[in-house]
Design a protein around this ligand. Structure first.
Ligand code: HEM
Ligand code: HEM
Length: 226
């Protein structure tokens, strides 16, 4: 057996930061007070992380690129059929079904966080009130997708005996000595920082535009303020 590098550091750091911020944003939900402030901070962090990942999908390391894991219909179908026979093949990067799940997770996080920001009153309280229900919908859809994601990871791990959770942590996978697979070219950490810094500044700016004491679009806020 030999060990090869699969996930570069920025991709791994992105994943666990996103997982933590989304899971906590789905648990800590309020429309005023400290819990509301925490929900907003976590939500804006998730927004910044997804924007980073969208750029990283073009500029990042070999396995992190969308071209590496967004597969066509035939490949997805063949993988799904093998999965239904409980014999999915191992993959060095994301498997074809997982690749699409990644896109859905990113899209739903983007939608939940963006509508969340609008709920925060960035475009006025009328818009805030209008998007409130949509935010709840995307938040719930994202929650469902996170369950599917974690279930998919466990199923893949059990059926392929490939500890993909550990791989997403330390970045490496063990493969047969005879395999021709070589370590993936990682993205530059410096480039990742150059992409991240303006996005963090943008996130900070968004935070300054949100009333952190109470959500402007919520009825409780309206009745308190008249
Ligand atoms: C404790 C919970 C979680 C575990 C154990 C976990 C595990 C994993 C693993 C093992 C992968 C790599 C899959 C592969 O090898 O193809 C992955 C990818 C991914 N997960 Fe999670 N995940 C968790 C929570 C979340 C949450 C809450 C989100 C939020 C949206 C999320 C979003 C993603 C994304 C976007 C990727 C793609 C990574 C990339 O290419 O940048 N995960 N996850
Ligand atoms: C990925 C990021 C986010 C996720 C996953 C998320 C998720 C959720 C969920 C699931 C709910 C509960 C819906 C319900 O009542 O059933 C909610 C409510 C809410 N969210 Fe977010 N949210 C995110 C970001 C944000 C952001 C950035 C803001 C900014 C202001 C925000 C503001 C609110 C407000 C005001 C509520 C209503 C609270 C209440 O019902 O009392 N969210 N969010």
């Amino acid at each position: 057996m030999k060990s090869i590098v699969v996930w570069d550091l920025p991709t791994r750091a992105f994943h666990w930061a996103l997982a933590a911020s989304v899971i906590l944003a789905l648990i800590i939900i309020e429309d005023e007070g400290l819990a509301y402030t925490i929900h907003v901070i976590l939500g804006v962090a998730a927004l910044v992380l997804v924007l980073f990942r969208l750029v990283w999908g073009f500029a990042g390391g070999e396995r992190a690129r969308f071209t590496d894991f967004v597969a066509g219909w035939t490949t997805v179908r063949s993988h799904t059929l093998q999965l239904l026979r409980l014999a999915p093949p191992r993959h060095i990067g994301h498997n074809p079904l997982g690749g699409w799940a990644v896109l859905v997770l990113l899209a739903l996080t983007l939608l939940a966080a963006t509508t969340g920001v609008l709920t925060g009153g960035l475009l006025g309280s009328a818009t805030a009130r209008a998007v409130d229900g949509i935010h709840e919908l995307f938040g719930s859809l994202l929650q469902l997708m996170v369950f599917i994601h974690i279930a998919g990871v466990i199923v893949d791990w059990v059926l392929t005996r490939d500890n993909i959770v550990a791989a997403m942590w330390h970045g490496r996978k063990r493969i047969e000595d005879t395999s021709s697979a070589v370590s993936a070219r990682g993205g530059s950490v410096l480039l990742a920082a150059a992409i991240a810094v303006p996005l963090i500044v943008f996130g900070g700016y968004v935070m300054t535009q949100i009333d952190l004491t109470a959500a402007p679009g919520r009825s409780s806020f309206d009745s308190e303020t008249g």
